[in-house]
Design a protein around this ligand. Structure first.
Ligand code: FAQ
Length: 315
């Protein structure tokens, strides 16, 4: 298909070709991408907080160095994603304002507290595990800059997932207290990790409103429930290897479906957390806004420096 003229968009999508920043695109496609990419970027930077909580208390120098590198990776992911969003004609500062005033969201998962060191392991294993399941298909997303950003992000997320698994592996083979700590973390993170995939595809309560259109546009490649099922199927055998029990009495292999069946998710909890009523929502936002305000001088200095460089280049 040709590029650039109105009407080419549908042909490019039908031919499974990438949409690039200068291509014509429907306003709703642009807005959907801005919403999703911004929410994704916000999740990456807010997601630094729960693990950042443990940097000063990591149990060894090696663990501390690994955790610092991981949290720094999340900052990097945020930066690629804000850059990808900017190719759609929005400004990063405008997106941050929307985060800070609650007009844009970040992932529900980061409103849960990290109360023990094992939570750092559970985040790597379950939260990064869910993130990878959701993000690998986004490497084939129809919007070029988002798809390309996802390739590197996914490589780093796989490393994060393994480091989380390794923390829990070590704890699960430690003392009784360490094993109990690992089990407690799995108990608390399992259900919230399943909620990361978003509301169900169908049902009586609120469902995923954006999936059908996003799939037609090649932004999403699988529905929320399909990805959730893939995640359960991948994770149950890993829990067995760790010797941890997932907190769901209804979890069992269904020979006929070729998938694990699992119990009801508490969608009231999910919507409550989205509305701001999770354990850490206000703490996360206060910390983020505070960090942004304290960083004002850095932004001012960088702008002044860039101005001076531009002056010098001129003359
Ligand atoms: N949290 O119609 P759908 C990470 C909202 S991983 C909050 O299904 P959609 C890595 C949704 O926005 C986490 N809100 O929506 C890491 C919509 O709201 P609206 C970030 C949620 O977009 C690990 C409404 O519910 N990953 O950060 C959630 O088609 C460790 C209806 O939902 C991404 O963002 C939720 N969990 O599908 C970092 C991946 N789920 O606008 C640090 C990219 C749904 O109608 C440490 N995003 N909502 O008011 C996506 O793939 C999609 O946006 C979904 C939602 C699948 C999340």
């Amino acid at each position: 298909p040709r590029r650039g003229a109105a009407g080419d968009f549908d042909a490019l999508i039908a031919a499974e070709q990438r949409i690039e920043p200068r291509d014509a695109m429907p306003q709703d496609y642009r807005q959907t991408l801005i919403r999703q990419i911004a929410q994704h970027a916000h999740s990456e930077i807010i997601g630094m907080q729960p693990e950042g909580n443990w940097i000063s208390r990591a149990p060894s120098l090696r663990r501390k160095a690994i955790l610092m590198a991981k949290v720094q990776d999340e900052a990097g992911h945020g930066l690629y994603l804000y850059s990808a969003a900017e190719t759609l004609g929005v400004d990063r500062s405008e997106l941050l304002d929307k985060l800070h005033t609650g007009k844009q969201k970040y992932s529900s998962i980061f409103n849960y507290p990290t109360v023990t060191w094992a939570d750092v392991g559970a985040i790597g294993w379950l939260v990064d595990g869910a993130a990878i399941m959701n993000q690998v298909p986004l490497c084939r997303c129809s919007y070029g800059p988002y798809a390309r950003a996802m390739i590197r992000v996914c490589k780093e997320e796989s490393f994060h997932q393994r480091q989380g698994f390794e923390i829990l592996w070590t704890l699960a083979r430690g003392t009784d207290a360490q094993r109990a700590m690992a089990q407690d973390a799995a108990d608390r993170w399992w259900w919230p990790a399943l909620m990361m995939f978003g509301p169900p595809d169908s049902g009586e309560a609120a469902t995923s409103g954006h999936t059908a259109q996003s799939m037609a546009w090649g932004i999403k490649r699988f529905s929320n429930d399909d990805l959730r099922q893939k995640f359960v199927d991948m994770t149950v055998p890993q829990a067995d290897k760790l010797g941890l029990v997932l907190p769901d009495p209804d979890l069992r292999w269904n020979e006929e479906r070729g998938h694990y069946d699992f119990g009801e998710i508490d969608w009231d909890e999910f919507w409550r957390v989205l509305k701001g009523d999770g354990a850490c929502n206000s703490q996360r936002m206060a910390h983020r806004v505070g960090a942004h305000e304290e960083g004002a001088w850095v932004r001012e200095a960088a702008t002044a420096y860039a101005g001076k460089q531009a002056e010098r280049a001129k003359g």
